[in-house]
Design a protein around this ligand. Structure first.
Ligand code: ZN
Length: 455
């Protein structure tokens, strides 16, 4: 709730000034080939799961702080230093590359951030595109002698995926103060509990001196380019998504209790059948979600391990994951499900009982209006009025945590068939370049607006 208020505050602060949203464009053009080649060159570290003939027809398995992640981190450090950036690394191994602006101020930098780690069966674009596009933005600025007013830079966030060390958006979470650093440091490799995230930071020399926090490393803004990881842009024929925020979600677990009974001798009217009731509940949750244009999903369904064909089960449990961009809708879907489940519990035979727990409550996030205006201006300038759309993120990203402490927003580009977290994940060279160009224009627009607002 606290985070929501903070983002509302950003919204009001920006809305109270009349921002000019027209975008003349920076006059710069990113180098599409260089971006494409750099991205795939760095995928040599962690390439896995070949699925086609072309050199780039592989997925990725570059898990947080494994040897390949360390290699790409060292490469990244060398590249940003070549550009004349200063590089600082905090206690979670987050890498902050910073390029001086014209104003020569010590004000926080305008950041472009994402992550270089992948899922074990991941693709070449999730997170990687965001960092490589940010690097291409700085390279383009440098070779054109272009300087922003404020400092700009790149953040490579450690362990976004939470695949090897099981906590997603881990280090932006520590930076935001939402995850205690001791807890993050102590995360264990899921295959080898003797290895911790901290021991791997030490082994590779990425345990920095700087405290991991939004006060030690403040950011003026955080822009993140990411593949959509869903089918909406492709299906609607749009090439840029201006991400308004991330949807809220609640995870619940239901336990439904009945009584074991012989299926041959117990009439339907005499049964207390929890499996039947749970099935009706899951079907009802889907109807309710559809009515609200929300999402409701059951990912886990448990029946007793000693279940048998000719016995009515005694107890079952299932999870329910409810999502919508507005918290009020998430709550309404939950309430209606509870009412419907009560009715269902009394419906068949002698009825069943159920109880439930709330396991996770993640409120919706609304991104910053000022950042969104800069991205929209960039999108309109680059693709005209019909090729971009406002969109909401279905997944979590580092920008969700940065939005608690600095103006943040995201840019989506389409990925083929919405496929992600899979080796065949694909974003075309044109869309990668368009995403990078949008990132560049948004950052330049934001930087210029910030200066105008001083006057
Ligand atoms: Zn990602």
């Amino acid at each position: 709730m606290q985070s929501f208020r903070r983002t509302s505050h950003h919204f009001l602060r920006h809305a109270s000034r009349r921002l000019s949203t027209a975008c003349q464009g920076s006059g710069l053009k990113v180098n599409a080939n260089r971006l494409w080649e750099t991205l795939h060159e760095t995928c040599q570290w962690g390439a896995a799961h070949r699925h086609g003939e072309n050199p780039t027809d592989t997925g990725m398995a570059r898990l947080t702080l494994d040897d390949n992640d360390a290699r790409v981190r060292r490469w990244f450090a060398a590249e940003v230093e070549k550009l004349g950036c200063s590089l600082s690394i905090d206690q979670m191994g987050n890498m902050f590359a910073r390029q001086k602006g014209k104003l020569q101020t010590s004000a926080p930098m305008i950041a472009m951030g994402s992550h270089l780690d992948t899922q074990p069966r991941g693709g070449r674009y999730d997170g990687i595109l965001g960092v490589m596009a940010a690097l291409e933005v700085l390279r383009t600025m440098k070779e054109n002698g272009f300087q922003t007013n404020y400092d700009v830079g790149i953040v490579n966030w450690t362990n976004e995926e939470g695949a090897r060390f099981p906590k997603s958006m881990c280090s932006s979470g520590v930076w935001a103060g939402a995850i205690p650093i001791e807890k993050a440091w102590d995360l264990r490799d899921i295959h080898d509990s003797s290895v911790t995230l901290k021991s791997e930071l030490e082994r590779h020399g990425f345990l920095g001196q700087i405290e991991c926090s939004h006060t030690a490393s403040p950011l003026a803004a955080h822009f993140e380019l990411h593949i959509e990881q869903g089918p909406v842009l492709q299906e609607t024929g749009r090439s840029i998504g201006v991400v308004q925020g991330a949807q809220g979600y609640r995870w619940l677990t239901f336990t439904v209790k009945g009584r074991d009974a012989h299926t041959g001798t117990t009439p339907l009217s005499a049964r207390q059948d929890p499996l039947l009731a749970a099935s009706r509940m899951i079907a009802a949750s889907n109807d309710i979600a559809q009515k609200h244009n929300a999402l409701a999903s059951t990912g886990i369904f448990r029946i007793p391990s000693n279940a048998s064909t000719n016995t009515v089960a005694s107890e079952v449990s299932f999870t329910l994951d409810i999502r919508h961009p507005q918290d009020s809708v998430v709550h309404a879907v939950q309430e209606e499900c509870l009412q419907a489940f009560s009715a269902i519990a009394a419906q068949d035979g002698k009825g069943v009982t159920f109880n439930w727990t709330l396991d996770t409550d993640s409120p919706a996030v609304k991104f910053d209006q000022g950042c969104l205006e800069s991205i929209q201006a960039a999108a309109k300038h680059l693709v005209g009025p019909d090729q971009w759309m406002n969109i909401s993120s279905g997944a979590g990203h580092d920008s969700v945590y940065t939005s608690h402490h600095c103006p943040s927003a995201m840019i989506f580009v389409p990925c083929r068939d919405g496929v992600s977290h899979h080796p065949t994940e694909y974003c075309s060279p044109e869309h990668c370049a368009l995403g990078a160009q949008t990132l560049l224009e948004a950052v330049v627009h934001y930087d210029q607006t910030k200066v105008q607002n001083l006057k």
